[in-house]
Design a protein around this ligand. Structure first.
Ligand code: SLL
Length: 278
């Protein structure tokens, strides 16, 4: 960790979304043949990764990632150095599930200490119901266990703030008014629009823009819609919000029913007391 340079940018919080997780596949002669040299008892090939949403580059804030695998695996602590635009990932084969410690090392300009995440490697279909497990089996036996996460930088140091916010221009930025859909309604904007980069000034109003529902380089936004291999989006968020709202309505119904029952019991109790006192 480098000593801090410059001052902290007060009152600013910047978040950068990312995805981490594992994808596993059983060995199969046709669809996933076992490469030569892989031990007999290995049943699956799998990948663990950390990457940007829509594969957007995150190496400008994340320098390297250490994956600590199960001790039964040779050379079980692996360091992956960031390569611009590429995910931090490693491919392995094995027979068992275990917890992977994923340690994130930030760029030196951030002066941030490394942080560790934990992720359970899943090899076998899982789910709350048999149906959910079956869905996974139908998906070519590929077992996907991914999580969406947001890295928050609180009051970053000035040089790091510059790095975080001096991003690439959106493809639609230079063309006059044919910008992507305005995203500032979605609540997915990461920070106040930085100077240059992801903002667009129109009629004195700053609007966040993004291209074709995807995210931009150095973006803190999630895509508008889902696509194969990219389940994290505003669309997913809306579905989850709807589910929560429906659950809330259900809870409120249950609550008012319980209240009615209590009131009826109290009434009955009062009646009994009165008749007993007569
Ligand atoms: C289990 N507690 O029993 C876990 C341990 C260990 C998995 C799982 C070894 C691979 C290799 C491997 O898959 N270990 O030898 O390279 O399920």
């Amino acid at each position: 960790m480098a000593p801090p340079t410059g001052k902290r940018v007060k009152g600013v919080q910047i978040f950068r979304p990312f995805v981490y997780g594992t994808t596993a596949k059983p060995f199969d002669e046709k669809t996933n043949p076992k490469p030569p040299g892989v031990p007999d008892d290995h049943t699956h090939s799998w990948t663990v990764f950390v990457k940007g949403i829509d594969d957007v580059d995150i190496t400008y804030w994340l320098r390297r990632v250490q994956f600590k695998l199960h001790e039964s695996i040779p050379n079980h602590v692996r360091m992956i150095e960031g390569e611009k635009g590429k995910p931090f990932e490693l491919h392995e084969t094995g027979w068992g599930e275990f917890e992977i410690a994923i340690k994130l090392y930030y760029v030196p300009e951030s002066s941030e200490k490394p942080q560790t995440l934990y992720h359970h490697l899943r090899l076998h279909p899982y789910g709350r119901t048999e149906e959910e497990k079956e869905d996974m089996r139908l998906n070519g036996g590929e077992v996907i266990s991914w999580a969406y996460e947001e890295q928050i930088f609180n009051e970053p140091y000035e040089p790091f703030y510059e790095i975080l916010t001096s991003g690439a221009m959106p493809p639609s930025f230079s063309s006059s008014s044919s910008g992507g859909p305005s995203a500032n309604k979605s609540g997915a904007a990461g920070s106040k629009p930085p100077s240059g980069g992801k903002s667009k000034e129109k009629d004195g109003q700053v609007k966040m823009v993004r291209s074709e529902g995807g995210v931009l380089e150095r973006s803190a936004m999630i895509p508008l819609t889902n696509r194969p291999g990219q389940p994290f989006s505003v669309e997913t968020e809306q579905v989850e919000i709807k589910k929560l709202q429906e659950a809330l309505v259900k809870v409120e119904k249950m609550l008012s029913k319980t209240k009615e029952e209590v009131a009826a019991k109290e009434k009955r109790l009062k009646e009994l007391k009165e008749s007993a006192g007569k």
